[in-house]
Design a protein around this ligand. Sequence first.
Ligand SMILES: [Fe+2]
Length: 444
Amino acid sequence: MANPYLEGLLAPVTEEVTVHDLPVTGRIPSGLRGRYLRIGPNPLMVEDASAYHWFLGDGMVHGIRLRDGRAEWYRNRWVRSRKVAERLGEEWPAGPVVENFDFAPNTHVLQHAGDTLALVEAGARPYRLDHELNTLGPCDFGGTLKGGYTAHPKEDPATGELHAVGYYFGWEHLEYTVRSTSGRIVRSVEIPVSDGPMVHDFALTEKYVVIYDLPITFSMALAEAGAGLPYAWNDAHPARVGVMPRDGGAADVRWIDIPPCWVFHTLNAYDDGDRVVVDLARFPSFMHGGRLEGNPAPTLDRWTIDPVAGKVVQETVDDRAQEFPRIDERLTTRRHRYGYTVGDSGVDPQGGTGLMKHDYERGTSEFRRFPDGSGVGEAVFVPSAPDSAEDDGYLMTLAFDPVRQGTDLVVIASQDFTGEPVATVHLPVRVPLGFHGSWAPDLG
Ligand SMILES: [Fe+2]
């Protein structure tokens, strides 16, 4: 039976390739020294296509190394979970997995504390990769991570610490953690919740941790029916947002009820006097009966939270369908002016049609349209220099070239958002539409 999550731009690739000295149109800025990394589901074997769940495909990471104006290499590698390693006929690079909950992370890949981490939520441990994307093994941050982790930790640029909110259906709490620049969890808080909510992302300001407790929860009925991802919209679970002082405990969380909705991704959040401003992509609802298709489109929204009065003012900033919000991450926790999203995304399983740039100060936006069939992915912002102004840098994204039948790494000058790309790196293969990625600057 056909499955839209195994077709077209989402069809898995079957080979791992290594290619050096990639052709480039334009000029790669010489200051870009590092790896553009992107990850997504790429099932190694699908026994029953009708039962395949997009979120559960084995993770494959893709990387393009840029240095001295050259695109030195492209590599794609499956993350070696035990199952993936066995299927590839390799020895598993063993490590501390959560018992009976090993998984090849497929949701995010980033660099922190010198580690390249492939990440997934819902209970499985991160996997560490080496510089060339080989799997080093699962990790528990030196024995300090109690269970699984999250796909959306946030690095506080002021401290370099990595903040996260994890969840697991077997817990009656969420786990807020802080990973230090030495790679160990140095603070954790158990925050009680009911019904086993899915918590894909959260928000962080200089003062607060903002938690989304929304009506997608663990479903025993789906689990008993054999669903791979037993989570579904739950009308009986009240929607609320929690605001916890960063140095507080579970008893300090101020919970505020909000109308039911679903949020996958935060754009950014910051403190504005006594209020907390959170910019995010909001779905009116999601995953009824556990289904990914048929959901209403997400919009770009702003929540202004007053933790003292216990009020959340919600407004839609842009009602066009969009998802995968990102910012200049040097401003994580602080007021941003610009945000970047994928237009028409969150609706079509074959991806977005363009990138959007929002100017929150002026209240304007730009739309950069890509050719039909390019399935443009999330844009990652890379500053042109460490001390450059906000938005002075590059946006990197992967887009399929339907004429050439290969994927490009497109590098756009953020301040010339709709102009010719600064550089386009032509990969010899198609990169299946995936989830998230990062720029991992060379260390040292
Ligand atoms: Fe995500």
